[in-house]
Design a protein around this ligand. Sequence first.
Ligand code: DGL
Length: 271
Amino acid sequence: MVQIGVFDSGYGGLTILREMRRRLPQYDYLYLGDNARAPYGTRSFDVVLDFTRQAVEELFSRGCRLVILACNTASAKALRTIQQTLLPEKYPDRRVLGVIRPTAEVIGDVTATRHIGVLATPGTIQSESYTLEVAKLFPDIKVNELACPMFVPLVENEEATGPGADYFVKKYIDMIMEKDELIDTLVLACTHYPILYPKIRRYAPERTRVIAQGDLVADSLADYLLRHPEIESRCSKNGTVEFLTTESVEKFNHLASIFVKEDVDAQRIYL
Ligand code: DGL
């Protein structure tokens, strides 16, 4: 079986996996959450690169030929180095894709005011990946970025629906809207954030659109597989999904099953 690998620091990538399976149900997927070492968002460049490289090599060793970094922090800090050095040196026939480019590509069609807000982890914001990527494609768009360091811990600790989440969601939404009142589009540029969507929608001004990445990344993967038959033809198609986690299986199965809305039976691994 040649599965499509999907990697995230924790549970957030499940929001991407869910949309990929909805859009492309025929493929086999292998999800890896590095829950024991999440969050990545406050870690240094070198550490995120190291952890992501280990995860990608683990997925390769299990047969994946294509791995999606369903994590903005890993995409921002590790994708380029992996594509430019690890793959050509050790895995020339394997591919690793990220989530930032597919998100940036659609922004131009969504914003009318040409002022957008990007909510992400401190690591993604520090990398300025969204500002740089959007500037390449749509130089007329003003990108306002804001780090939301409390969002991932709220999700990873099952507090996404509690009152603490209300406090921090309101705080960060108010902060980004104060930066630029012309913002009409808020991008959830962290794969954990869709889990906070109901609260983000509640506190964001009505005139704003709130964009999650799942369906954008799923569309982009569909397009990639169409354009790369040499990769597509090697992906097995039994419609299965398997889960790996670096944390306790009981904890992962419980939370992951809430996100993917089906029973999850993960295997614990050590990276
Ligand atoms: N879900 C990840 C992202 O999209 C990272 C969260 C974290 O580990 O800080 O950025």
